[in-house]
Design a protein around this ligand. Structure first.
Ligand code: MLT
Length: 260
């Protein structure tokens, strides 16, 4: 399904019935990363899965920022007629957007799942690197990013077929969308001050071998968010929901059951 928001055609899928969840993918991935989770939980939950602007089957715009991505999520909720507050699940860049969504659309959030992400903003060095990468992608295409990221995404034991599948998906992401996301991440606000203000149930979950957003970063978020739950998934890296779909779905379901 498609809806339009601020100059962009946004692709989304909605399936299942029950309390609503919205799943936000990481960079430069797509909603497809949530397919194994949706398959496991949609008998009991309504699962809403957008492709962020510039990713997957959504169209790209030359610029974006965390506020735009967050408002796009609200537009998708409107498009599917979801008026109830949702459990917002964000992985990595999806987590950066989840913080922004929480700040802008608090009344639409019933709980947060922060997966393989971080609250802090980029360092100046990281910003410079992102700009260099954005320019390289504009010149040479998204394969530049796919090649640079593929070895960091997965735990050492991940199946080669998973690596090739996701290398292909990242390579196909529109260069304009990749460059816009890199600049949006570089400019994102520091969400650390938000942590102590989060007043809904929070699950923090990370792959044991995640090197992009390591477990220690999640322990710090757990310490800063009152009442949050922390889970570390064994034998998984940054792509934890596709690497260990059963373990992730189980941890998520346990959290969701506790909300009822
Ligand atoms: C992601 O997985 O969304 C990105 O690796 C996050 C980042 O580059 O900060």
């Amino acid at each position: 399904m498609m809806t339009r928001a601020a100059g962009c055609e946004l692709y989304y899928e909605a399936s299942g019935q029950g309390p609503p969840l919205m799943f936000v993918h990481g960079f430069p991935l797509s909603g497809r990363m949530w397919q194994p989770t949706v398959e496991r939980i949609s008998a009991a939950y309504r699962c809403i899965v957008p492709d962020l602007r510039g990713h997957g089957r959504s169209s790209a715009t030359p610029t974006a920022d965390m506020a735009r991505y967050a408002d796009d999520l609200a537009a998708v909720l409107d498009a599917v007629g979801e008026r109830r507050p949702v459990v917002l699940v964000g992985l990595s860049m999806g987590g950066y957007i989840a913080f922004e969504f929480f700040r802008r659309h608090r009344q639409r959030v019933s709980a947060l799942v922060l997966a393989d992400t971080r609250a802090g903003a980029d360092t100046q060095e990281a910003r410079t690197k992102r700009e260099e990468t954005a320019q390289a992608v504009e010149k040479g295409g998204s394969r530049v990013v796919a090649d640079a990221m593929i070895d960091k995404l997965f735990a050492p034991g991940a199946a080669p077929s998973l690596r090739s599948e996701w290398h292909e998906i990242m390579s196909r992401t529109q260069p304009m969308g990749v460059a816009a996301a890199l600049r949006a991440m570089a400019a994102r606000p520091d969400s650390t001050p938000t942590l102590s203000k989060i007043d809904c149930p929070v699950l923090i979950v990370v792959g044991e071998h995640d090197t992009i957003t390591p477990p220690d970063v999640h322990r710090d978020m757990h310490a800063a968010i009152t009442g949050s739950r922390l889970e570390v998934i064994p034998d998984a890296g940054h792509m934890m929901p596709v690497e260990q779909p059963d373990a992730f779905a189980e941890v998520l379901t346990r959290f969701l059951t506790g909300l009822k």
